[in-house]
Design a protein around this ligand. Structure first.
Ligand code: SF4
Length: 457
């Protein structure tokens, strides 16, 4: 039987930064791809967040997924395998944003979603057909280097989606004791177009939400052994009627769940009540900034800063914690932004946050604008991790001031005193909110070590 080895690639810099995180969510992309693979293939998976890749082993095909900061490292892995005549397929966000660059390092490039393409790609791999051709669900283009770039003709239907091969989800470190393998998707897409976000560019017609039939989602969750469920959706409640029906059918299963959504859904009291009743313990919401002008400029005007406190209280009253995305480096950010952000989120009792530097990913309007203005100062994709480097010239400060301000804000936000202050106000889900905050507190030390290693190199 042919063998397929799947790799979730992660750049060593990012790995070091994340090495001390206490809680990590499972990676779903490759277990989903394994679920799409016909049963006559032997499939294995290595997640670099958990285990280093062994490039000495031989397979009939290696598949690698990588985001932009992991791309150069993924190219190194691909070179090792290809030097031993193992063909390599690459997909994921970076391959979708930069297919011709990726084609210089891989035999096969998957642009966009793999579902409509994957079986066709595997069949092609077995019989090596002639060059450029179209097939019922997509097209293949052959590049001058003889790599094949696959594109689908239409977005994948989420009906009848095969289940992810959950046994291929890996956990390591602290995570192996308590992390869930209950990862799933229910929807795909997001109706918004924030100018720094890759989602509108990763999915064709991303603004048209695709919904998995609720009974199929429920049936899959029923099969989970874990109580915890992570919906890997970009905006789970973008279609309120769907999200509410999902919550209603989820409730009897008595699970605990989390997902990503937007401020719009926090304004929907009925959704929040149904979510809480069905076991929602936390929602990730990209609040991003406490500066309304920055939000408006980034096409994120659906966030209203004046509503943060009220909506947070509403969630806390229902027992739902909020993990916010916070980004520094927006056009309107000045040197004042760091302290104001820390103060405001401490004051309103924000449970937790993923704090990042703005990353203008290639292909996004943010990148195009900065490039046109000559403000992109670094094109090493490894540095596009939102943690260790500023890759553009900010409008109201220097790159060093942005990096130092970001580090200062993060250190303050995850200081023990700030954690205590925020959680004393929140009083929500302390049994998991405390470890999660401490995880970030420890993770921050990992980042400091990563930066120290970087400066020594
Ligand atoms: S709301 Fe979130 S997922 Fe949607 S476009 Fe904006 S950043 Fe991306």
């Amino acid at each position: 039987m042919p063998s397929l080895h799947l790799i979730t690639a992660e750049d060593p810099l990012t790995l070091q930064a994340r090495s001390r995180e206490l809680i990590r969510f499972p990676q779903l992309t490759m277990p989903l791809l394994a679920g799409l693979t016909p049963p006559d293939w032997i499939v294995s998976h290595e997640d670099e967040i958990v285990t280093p890749v062994d490039t000495t082993r031989r397979y009939d095909l290696v598949g690698i997924t990588a985001a932009t900061p992991g791309a150069p490292h993924a190219y190194d892995l691909a070179r090792e395998f290809r030097n031993h005549n193992v063909p390599v397929a690459m997909g994921g966000p970076h391959a979708t944003l930069m297919p011709y660059e990726v084609a210089q390092h891989a035999d096969i490039v998957v642009v966009g979603e793999a579902e409509p393409l994957w079986r066709h790609i595997l069949r092609d791999e077995e019989r090596r057909p002639p060059g450029m051709h179209a097939f019922h669900s997509g097209t293949v283009e052959v590049t001058p280097q003889n790599s094949r770039i696959y594109r689908h003709a239409a977005p994948a239907s989420l009906e009848g989606l095969p289940r992810a091969r959950r046994e291929l989800i890996q956990h390591g470190g602290w995570n192996r004791w308590w992390a869930t393998k209950g990862a799933i998707i229910a929807t795909r897409g997001c109706p918004h177009k924030c100018d720094y976000c890759t989602i509108p560019h990763l999915y064709p017609r991303a603004q048209q939400m695709r919904l998995r039939p609720v009974p199929e989602v429920i049936a899959e969750i029923r099969s989970f052994r874990d109580k915890g469920v992570v919906f890997w959706d970009d905006n789970l409640a973008a279609v309120p009627a769907y999200a509410k029906e999902l919550c209603r059918q989820l409730k009897p299963l008595k699970r605990w769940w989390t997902s990503q959504t937007t401020m719009n859904s926090l304004r929907d009291q009925e959704f929040l009540q149904l979510a809480a009743a069905s076991g929602c313990k936390a929602l990730f919401v990209g609040l991003e900034s406490i500066d309304q002008q920055s939000l408006n400029q980034a096409q994120k005007g659906h966030n209203r800063v004046q509503d943060y406190r009220q909506l947070l209280n509403r969630c806390h009253d229902l027992g739902i914690a909020i993990q916010a995305g916070i980004i520094f480096g927006f056009e309107n950010d000045d040197l004042d932004i760091f302290k104001r952000t820390v103060d405001i989120f401490g004051d309103i009792g924000l449970d937790n946050a993923t704090i990042s530097l703005l990353v203008p990913y290639p292909g996004t309007p943010a990148y195009t604008m900065l490039e046109q203005q000559g403000r992109i100062i670094d094109k090493n994709w490894r540095h596009y991790n939102g943690k260790t480097h500023v890759v553009f010239r900010p409008r109201h400060m220097s790159p060093d001031q942005l990096l130092n301000g970001y580090e200062w804000a993060k250190t303050q936000f995850y200081s023990i005193s700030h954690i205590a202050r925020r959680l004393a106000k929140s009083r929500t889900g302390l049994w998991w909110n405390i470890p999660r905050n401490l995880g970030y507190h420890l993770g921050l030390r990992g980042e400091v070590l990563a930066r120290a290693a970087l400066h020594q190199a």
